[in-house]
Design a binder for this molecule. Structure first.
Ligand SMILES: C[C@H](O)[C@@H](O)CC(=O)C(=O)O
Ligand SMILES: [Mg+2]
Length: 423
């Protein structure tokens, strides 16, 4: 890896203008990415990103630049032959670990860099019929020597599951119908379009106003009927007691889960909410802002969640997500990844396909989030068929963006932002 073109760019999309992505805590999100390109002297490039919102991207960029010295000058072979050591190098730097360790902005930056390394590795592999990250994971078991027992067990039926995924894809749910800032009219229209396209699982944003939530959830439940699945997401809006009473009022619409009911750091709070809502048949889901594997371990140990929501950029890339997938398997808790944003669907599809094919071998109560925004900016966007993620076919980690999109959306000099700033 060498210092070639621009290592990291601030790419922002003005999604807040139309309230895409809005929730009870993030009322004006501009979906953004710290977009990393690793150049190598073989000519091969690795593309990675981490998802952020608007202004926050500036800080992540600084952190990526600070980490750059740890990757530049290394060969890919040097990195992947001791990937554990390289992960530790990035996360344990004597001066930078004070910012984390393994949490917050420095960890988002670690994810951006490591996502690019995984992309580069998969592209360089090319020894299978395709060389995407899913394939690299499924065909390189020695990477997971510590968990060999789980992976060996899952060898049985692996080929059938791989074929099944190629044919049917991995089940998905949609969040794009019911962002908090959407009008009822929009909600109805999007929901009716989604039903026509085969969607049967829907997530609704809640948490700002109880009467509003009751009205919106009833409306959606009426449209999707009793047999479709409904989830609700409060994005950390409540304290523990409020979460229990608010969600109890929404129990009539039969949500499968309440997502991020309270502070993402409050493990025992989540445990109390889980316990209180269990008799109503409502589980607790969380993870999109869970700092690291240590937090996930405690959530699992404390029975504080019933659905694990890994995030391809919040944790330290594939490396740390694998640890969480394996722990979730040990605890027999289903994984339903967080996706959406910009590029998260593209990235996380690799992880959840690996989970099904090589770890959990189970689809019960499992689905991957899908959000229908910004895929047109990627060279290999996700393919959704009949509400399922179809396995990626192109090399790499699916997060290379179109050069034109990056140029137009780069902040603040891209055309899109020049126009916005003039307004
Ligand atoms: C700010 C983001 O859009 C957030 O609301 C996403 C989220 O919580 C989800 O997709 O789940
Ligand atoms: Mg959420």
């Amino acid at each position: 890896v060498y210092r070639g073109g621009r290592l990291v760019r601030d790419v922002r999309f003005p999604t807040s203008l139309e309230q895409h992505g809005s929730d009870a805590m993030h009322t004006d999100p501009d979906y953004s990415a710290a977009y990393v390109v690793l150049d190598t002297d073989s000519g091969l490039k690795g593309f990675g990103l981490t998802f952020t919102l608007g202004k926050g991207t500036e800080i992540v960029l600084c952190a990526v630049k600070a980490l750059a010295g740890l990757v530049i000058g290394k060969s890919l072979q040097e990195i992947v032959s001791n990937f554990r050591g390289f992960y530790r190098l990035l996360t344990s730097d004597g001066q930078m670990r004070w910012l984390g360790p393994e949490k917050g902005v420095i960890h988002l930056a670690t994810a951006a860099v490591l996502n690019a390394v995984w992309d580069l590795w998969a592209r360089a592999e090319g020894k299978h019929d395709t060389s995407c990250v899913t394939k690299t994971l499924c065909h390189t078991p020695s990477v997971f020597i510590l968990f060999l027992d789980i992976l060996v067990k899952a060898q049985e039926g692996k080929k059938q599951r791989e074929d099944q995924m190629l044919k049917e894809g991995y089940p998905a749910y949609t969040t794009s119908c019911a962002w908090l800032g959407y009008s009822d009219q929009q909600l109805k229209q999007l929901c009716s379009d989604a039903l026509k396209s085969g969607w049967t699982r829907f997530k609704v944003k809640v948490g700002a106003d109880l009467e509003d939530d009751i009205r919106r959830c009833r409306l959606i439940r009426k449209m999707i009927g009793p047999s479709s699945t409904l989830m609700i997401d409060a994005n950390q809006r409540w304290d523990v007691a409020e979460a229990i009473s608010w969600v109890s009022r929404l129990a009539e619409v039969k949500p499968l889960w309440i997502e991020e009911p309270t502070s993402p750091d409050d493990i025992l709070g989540h445990a109390a909410i889980s316990k209180a809502l269990a008799p109503l048949g409502i589980g607790v889901a969380t993870g999109e802002q869970c700092h690291n594997r240590v937090m996930f371990k405690q959530f699992l140990q404390a029975s504080a969640l019933q659905f694990v929501q890994i995030d391809s950029c919040r944790l330290g890339s594939v490396n740390e997500n694998l640890a969480v997938l394996l722990m979730a398997y040990k605890f027999q808790v289903p994984v339903c990844p967080h996706a959406g944003g910009v590029g998260l669907c593209e990235l996380v599809q690799h992880l959840i396909l690996f989970d099904y094919i090589c770890v959990s071998a189970d689809l019960r109560n499992r689905m991957c989030e899908y959000v229908d925004h910004l895929h047109e900016h990627f060279t290999s966007p996700v393919v959704i068929q009949d509400a399922h993620y179809m396995p990626p076919k192109d090399p790499g980690y699916s997060c290379e963006m179109l050069e034109e999109s990056v140029n137009r959306h780069e902040y603040p000099e891209g055309d899109i932002w020049k126009q916005e700033i003039k307004k």
